[in-house]
Design a protein around this ligand. Structure first.
Ligand SMILES: [Zn+2]
Length: 233
């Protein structure tokens, strides 16, 4: 399977992309683009940047936009040009962003799903660029987002038991809200589990709903409860 630069990669296409790779793979590297500018939110722009520096085009295999779309970067059959001295056997992923607080929860949810899809076809050790370079890249806690152990392997999050089915929404408070927050955190969201359904919780609910294929309305009703109970990690 091959894709053109910038084309959207669907989750179910990851296995096919990996299947076509004829080089050994052992490590997945995580990067951020070091920009928050909306006009840079495309794999094609990363490609132009790299070419402008005299390099052979985009160094990453996949680029995750702020809205959580996975775009095709470099041909997956080629080694990345992203971590000096560590490109052999590597797959390189880049999330668009610079300031930690400006990454979108959807990007982290998509990174989790992408890494899970990769691992399902080809188990990798996941590492951040900062582990081999004097850089902050990626600026977010990728170890926590991916649930990595000391060796960089993803650990499945224990599925949170979800028993209740009452609807909760923005500005609600109580145990059910805390339960939603805990379930979202178990799936990689960054939330304080305080039982207060604020804007951050709403954003995390919407990101989860988007990923789970539930109407992304930010309201946790029966459908979202069911999706939270069904999704393991
Ligand atoms: Zn990097």
């Amino acid at each position: 399977m091959s894709k053109r630069l910038g084309e959207t990669i669907a989750q179910q296409e990851v296995a096919g992309l990996l299947h076509a790779v004829r080089r050994p793979l052992h490590t997945g590297w995580i990067h951020c683009s070091a920009s928050d500018r909306p006009e840079h939110d495309r794999a094609q722009v990363m490609d132009q940047w790299h070419r402008a520096r005299g390099w052979s085009g985009i160094g990453y295999h996949a680029f995750i936009t702020k809205s959580g779309v996975v775009q095709m970067g470099r041909d997956w059959g080629q080694e990345p040009a992203a971590q000096e001295g560590h490109n052999t056997g590597a797959l390189a992923l880049c999330l668009h962003g610079l300031a930690l607080e400006r990454f979108a929860l959807a990007q982290f949810a998509v990174l989790q799903a992408l890494a899970a899809a990769v691992d399902a076809a080809h188990l990798l050790r996941w590492r951040g660029h900062c582990e081999v370079a004097a850089k902050a890249c990626p600026v977010f806690d990728y170890r926590r987002v991916l649930g990595l152990d000391a060796r960089g392997q993803r650990q499945p999050h224990g599925a949170t038991e979800v028993h209740t089915a009452g609807t909760v929404r923005l500005f609600d408070r109580g145990d059910q809200v805390a339960q939603v927050q805990q379930a979202l955190c178990d799936r990689g969201a960054f939330l304080v589990v305080d039982g207060l359904f604020g804007r951050a919780t709403e954003a995390a609910v919407i990101a989860f709903q988007t990923r789970a294929g539930v109407t992304p309305d930010g309201v946790v009703g029966p459908e979202t409860w069911a999706a939270l109970a069904a999704v393991d990690g």
